[in-house]
Design a protein around this ligand. Sequence first.
Ligand SMILES: [Zn+2]
Ligand SMILES: [Zn+2]
Length: 241
Amino acid sequence: MWILVSLLFVLRYLIMAGIPFLVFYVIPGKKLQQAKIQENTPEAKKIGKEIFYSLITLFIYGSGIWFFTAWVQHGMTMHYNEISDYGAPYAILSFIMMVFLHDTYFYWTHRLIHHKSLFRYIHKVHHQFTNPTPWAAFSFHPFEAILSMGVIPIIIFCLPWHQYTLIAFISFMTLYDVYIHLGYDPRGLRIGSWQITPTDHNHHHQDARVNYGLYFSFWDQLMGTYKKYQKKRISKEIPVS
Ligand SMILES: [Zn+2]
Ligand SMILES: [Zn+2]
């Protein structure tokens, strides 16, 4: 079953990262180059590496389904069957809570793997992509892949959850992850200044001391790690030290 689930994750990744890649990189060719956050387009070899690491991550995520189904089947989680059990407003509220919980979990685990004793063994895999494309959304070291899954047990053990809400949250997470690695920053997708944008995260890939957040900049602002760049384009790739 885990192979089937992994293949579904891979299919979802191919669609969710593949469509933006086609729209922003392949179809317009060089026409959109001026709008790119960084001038250069990464080499095909680098993009291949992004895909390679993402596929490993997705197979790790797929194998996590074994634990997940065992916990649910044994009634250990706070799963409920019918939306009407808690009502539609709660389903929406629980989705929002999942996003906020994940944002906090991501910020602090991200800070953890930036610690100098862990960075070069684990998180450097993700930071080798200094000019990321949508394919980099899941390009992690296997340990980081496992760590990133840790938010799921927190959610399903602490929050009453419905399967549709969880699927909506996981889909949103995937889309947002693809969005911040887009390499472009479409203005139309910006909602507010509290949002982590592709420009914010693109700078994080180059300057590993700022912009650790995923969806929101709240934690970065609170902890003094937020840096808003005025310049939209970066002239050249800056290697991570
Ligand atoms: Zn990234
Ligand atoms: Zn990082």
